[in-house]
Design a protein around this ligand. Sequence first.
Ligand code: G4P
Length: 533
Amino acid sequence: MQLQKKSTMSFKQEIERRRTFAIVSHPDAGKTTLTEKLLLFGGAIHVAGAVKSNKIKKTATSDFMEIERQRGISVATSVMGFEYNGYKVNILDTPGHQDFQEDTFRTLTAVDSVIIVIDAAKGVEPQTEKLMGVCRMRKTPVIIFINKMDRPADDTFGLLEDIEKQLQISTRPLSWPISSGPGFKGVYNIFESSLQLFNPNIQEIDPAIKFNNLADPELETFIGKSDAATLRDDIELIQGVYPEFDVNEYLAGDLAPVFFGSALYNFGVQELLDAFVRIAPFPRPQKAQEREVSPYEEKLTGFVFKIHANIDPNHRSRIAFLKICSGTFERNKVYKHARSGKTFRISSPTAFMASKREVIDEAYPGDIVGLPDTGNFIIGDTLTEGEDLHYKGLPSFSPEMFRYIENADPMKFKQLEKGVDQLMDEGVAQLFTSQLNNRKIIGCVGQLQFEVIQYRLEHEYGAKCRFEPIQMYKACWIEADDQAIIEEFKKRKYQRMAKDKQNRDVFMADSQFILEMAQQDFKDIRFHFTSEF
Ligand code: G4P
């Protein structure tokens, strides 16, 4: 590990040059390929294929050796930081596999903006919709990259219309594709009035050709008569239909600028990166339960959004990932863990620079710091310089699959309890305790999570578990202005009531019908499908 030098820039400059974001997509749209190309531009990696190995192959759903191997690698690629044109770019990696989407949702709470990748031929896919839903909820600014233009794609106007409808966000193309598939000629950069020609045999970027006047007949020498005519018509239409691009609408989360390209051929990627660093937000004020915290505040605050546990099974090593929200993080300074009130001195905090981890002396708002941990942190914890501050809990979504978890080895009861406890703190799945019979219920998004839990309990804690089926549709967190109504509800529905890990009341509806009946009978109760409301 290397030691990073102290910065000579001002605190304000350090904050404002940071761009912390995530790339998200439906599996296979090209997230990994795009990430890799961005890292190449940032000089963070030098060969293609370096990120690829971080992917859990979608077919190998039961290949645990693979999962274990991935867990090792994915610590290094959890956060990929690099310098680009004076900006400090931090890409937060999100799992591609949809069974781990809860991880993705949590990571989205630690980013200041998002790039959504859409496959030009497939358009909006289910996972894209869900991810956009989370961005909308948090008003996260979103840029859309329409990928795979080298393959035959849908009509561009139609595609944008679908995106607006399905993702419920206004769009504004900042570049425009000239045909697609084998006839793909390149993109016209509307923002800069320049033409970028596509050549599948060359992955180097040719200098763009300036076209301040599209009527210039020279356009035809580059893209041919028919494509030139279409481009002129398209651009005229765009300028008639779409209002001027307003960066503030993007920053407010109301408008998504759209770029086109082909990540595989490294086409349109640098334009995306250049526009991204220019318009994407630097760290914004963050809401805590007590107050809103500005990144410019001198005192450090931050929250843990992810924990990587037992990377090396021989040592109980964990890394807690802290997103810095304000102040300067300094090595060896004493910080307060707001949940327990304890103080900590962190002697070897790490930063993540793509493929290597390095011990750092300081870090700034927007940065992610890895804190070596022996079990003190759980997801959502806040670190401060003494203030009793609690960043708003990270949302848990109602799981989609539920199972009772039972001990399969009576001699290992304690190990099982500890293992389940720690895995839940790490955010692997959600745990509910039935109020009727005290049985523990595990809630997951996908089948693969159950398998991971069983495997890790056995290999890391020496405990054996068994899952038993349970008829369950949704977990809803309940709330009402009048506590007496909640008590009445709990009495009437005690068979279906459970507590979550934070001891909150959860109504476990076994079918949509039961849920609708409960909603009808108790109109004063608000039923929430996420734990943050
Ligand atoms: P993901 O992380 O979103 O799941 O997608 P990933 O980047 O792994 O890309 C999925 C597949 O799409 C890969 O092919 C990748 O090479 C291909 N791909 C990505 N961008 C483009 C593009 O711009 N054009 C074309 N034509 N293909 C693209 P694969 O065959 O599944 O994997 P591999 O064997 O090539 O690694």
